[in-house]
Design a binder for this molecule. Sequence first.
Ligand code: SD4
Length: 322
Amino acid sequence: MKTSRRKFIQTSAALASMATVGNLLAKGNAKVTKPLVVSTWNFGVGANAEAWKVLSKNGRALDAVEAGVQVPEGDPKETSVGLGGLPDRDGRVTLDACIMDEQANCGAVACLEHIVHPISVARKVMEKTPHVMLVGDGALQFALANGFKKENLLTEESEKAWKEWLKKAEYKPIANIENHDTIGMIALDANQNLSGACTTSGMAYKIHGRVGDSPIIGAGLFVDNEIGAATSTGVGEEVIRICGSHLVVELMRQGNSPQQACELAVKRIVKNQPKKSKEIQVGFLAISKNGEVGAYALQKGFTYAVYSNEIPNTIFNAKSFY
Ligand code: SD4
């Protein structure tokens, strides 16, 4: 399973370097026709495939992104999202997620335990309450009242990894490794509407109660149906400091391409925290209303997956500052 996935990724990467649109995309200046879905990291491929089922039938971007990110959420082998996510330093799996549609409707949950699909709880917050965000036990009670099942999210493997970590208990986020990533997905549907979703178990072995950028509208995700959408991954604190995804969309509003906007946002982080920026990873991924795609990261290694009529669900390497 793992090998075939890796092979698929390698093959896709090779195809990407051959495809014309792929080359343009990698340079950050390709336009694709709608529908379009993009998502962070290699596991974006599986998520995009699910989202594409909705988009290719002229479905809503909102439904596509929810269905898409549910894939890594429900996969116990993905240790950075949903079921099987690495726990906090007390051994508790706490999840963060948010969702936003084309009318600026949005919902979020933070520090939610025991629910496999926090993105769907976030959507319920958006649709069933006058609020944007529910956290902790309140979010759990809301989920249970809305029919979600209480489950144990700590898999044997994640528990083992946590116990190993406990031996040294060093509190150090490391860039680009499996214990630190998030799925952010943004999509443009056949009706030219944008939506996005972002979901994570956050920083592994974090202090209990720590919340990153992923469930914060404007930080981990932002959608403006006139302009475009953006999402982020990496050390959430640095993204929150610059209201990252909102910044990317506002930079696009000022006339920058998604690629330029992602680069400017990353450079803002470097300017604010020059020393720290060398040691951490942050990546932004953005699309414009016209189907342009951009991505940029602090460090090498940030990958993202793109699926459109021209690009058959392909992984790209984002350019980086360092
Ligand atoms: C967080 N941004 O909780 C998330 C984690 C992540 O790559 O994306 N890591 O800060």
